[in-house]
Design a protein around this ligand. Structure first.
Ligand code: FAD
Length: 457
């Protein structure tokens, strides 16, 4: 880092908030993916004015800036592939306002999802997307990746809850988008443009979120199936029934096999498992929906279907789903978890075709995920010190992307594009769409300093 730039950054954020010791550079070189590259420094702004001045400086000197939340990205989206400044937003972590009467909350981007949950719970409200990384990831990261989770089937994803933003643009100008109203038909939807933009268009410095009343009653059930087709038909029938479960998770036969062998779980040798939750304002409401769903399971030949009656039983039914990822990860030193998504009716076909394809590469894999919104997580285990395994993994992952796109799906339902999926964007987006995305990037960031090298732009 040039001395004049270091001095200017120190002048903006203070010397202790501008770090470039080796330990800092190594810490900020990676995220939760396998990608890594060191930045030149990491800075910790504490307000919008400081972010604006940093951007102005970086733009003038053409220095890359990588906005960063908690660094839990699974796609390399915070890895500074072109060096530059990592802008760590963890110090901008105030919950500015919670307005229950207006059904909204105004927050800074560094607020951790779990912190927000705690703040809203006493009001009987919640912010639904619920990514599995919720205890560490930030709301800024959630907005920038359009994060989702297990409640997606009923409650949607982060995009459905962002009403407005404050964003610092590449040249340091500050822009407000959206509204604090529940509806607005005013102008282009700039808010949505920034949701899922992965730090490539601007730095999000304030978020206005829609919040929801927390359901008071939840029912949980688990079903086993001797055939994947029967499990698939159950999912389709649930969708036709008019009931929208709050959780609808499917585990494939590989996952079940790994749980049986590696975790000695007491599960029969079945082909698929479905975990489902319903919720509502009253116990009766949640139970009524769950009874209908269990009827559907039984109609399609479930070999086992149980509704939990106690908190302990609920925990027990969740055990397989909650352990699936970590148990499978023990099979090899490294693993990659994808998040392809297809129209819900195509989930059984995607499961079968991924299995048939990935099996050919000889690497262990499991598939589980959110059948309720079509988002599957094929997880492939490998050893990155073995070039043959790395090549097999890369080819298997490419095949998975092609399969999902062939079925009218998307490369990513929740983790984003980052570096990992950048080379495959053309599989999903036609050349005109890619050109339009590039043109937008050039408009917002003509010097390509904001998180450069990401999203195939
Ligand atoms: C164990 C584990 C489980 C996970 N489970 C899920 C899951 O269920 N669902 C899911 O969606 N994801 C999941 N993820 C992925 C990850 O947690 C999400 O993508 C999350 O939204 C990232 O938040 P973060 O604060 O860590 O952001 P980071 O990883 O720091 O950043 C992610 C992206 O957002 C950009 N960004 C961050 N803050 C800002 C800002 N203020 N302004 C502009 N750009 C910004 C970064 O530049 C980067 O491109 C999981 C990850 C792990 C490790």
């Amino acid at each position: 880092m040039r001395e004049e730039i270091r001095k200017a950054l120190q002048e903006i954020v203070g010397a202790k908030n501008c770090r470039d010791q080796l330990i800092d550079l190594v810490s900020y070189s990676y995220d939760a993916s396998d990608h890594a590259k060191r930045p030149e420094c990491a800075v910790f702004p504490s307000n919008t004015k400081q972010v604006s001045r940093i951007m102005e400086l970086a733009n003038k000197h053409r220095i890359p800036v990588i906005p960063r939340g908690a660094g839990t990205s699974l796609t390399g989206s915070v890895v500074p592939v072109m060096g530059g400044i990592v802008l760590d937003l963890c110090k901008m972590n105030r919950i500015i306002d919670v307005r229950i009467a207006d059904r909204l909350a105004v927050v800074e981007p560094g607020v951790v999802y779990g912190q927000m949950e705690k703040e809203l719970a006493p009001h009987g409200f919640f912010f639904p997307p619920d990514p599995a990384s919720s205890q560490v990831c930030t709301l800024g990261g959630n907005v920038a990746t359009n994060a989702g989770g297990m409640r997606g089937a009923k409650y949607g994803v982060t995009r459905d809850y962002v009403l407005g933003l404050e964003v610092v643009l590449a040249d340091g100008r500050v822009m407000r988008t959206g509204t604090r109203c529940m509806k607005s038909a005013s102008g282009y939807d700039l808010t949505r443009l920034f949701v899922g933009s992965e730090g490539t268009l601007g730095v999000i410095t304030e978020i206005t979120l829609k919040i929801s009343p927390m359901p008071k009653a939840v029912k949980t059930a688990l079903a086993h199936f001797e055939s994947l087709e029967d499990a698939g038909k159950s999912v389709t029938d649930i969708m036709h029934s008019g009931i929208i479960p709050s959780v609808l998770e499917i585990l494939d036969e590989n996952t079940i096999g790994v749980l049986r062998e590696r975790a000695a779980m007491n599960i029969p040798d079945i082909r698929a498992m479905i975990l489902v939750e319903t919720d509502g304002y009253t116990d009766g409401e949640a139970s009524f929906q769950m009874d209908k769903i269990v009827e559907i399971f039984n109609r399609h030949g479930a070999s086992f279907a149980k509704i939990a009656k106690t908190a302990e039983e609920t925990e027990e039914l969740w055990q397989a789903r909650k352990s699936a990822g970590s148990v499978a990860a023990q099979l090899r030193p490294n693993n990659v978890s994808e998040d392809v998504t297809v129209p819900m009716s195509k989930v059984p076909e995607l499961l079968t075709r991924i299995s048939d394809t990935v099996r050919r590469y000889g690497l262990p894999f499991v598939i589980f995920g959110h059948a309720g919104d079509g988002n599957l997580h094929p997880r492939i285990m490998y050893d990155k010190s073995d070039p043959e395994q790395v090549e097999a993994l890369e080819r298997a992952v490419e095949d998975i992307f092609k399969l999902a796109c062939d079925l009218g799906g998307t490369l990513t339902g929740e983790h984003g594009v980052g570096l990992a999926k950048a080379p495959f964007m053309h599989l999903e987006h036609d050349p005109v769409a890619m050109q339009t995305m590039k043109a937008l990037k050039e408009t917002f960031d003509p010097n390509n300093i904001l998180n450069p090298g990401k999203m195939g732009l």
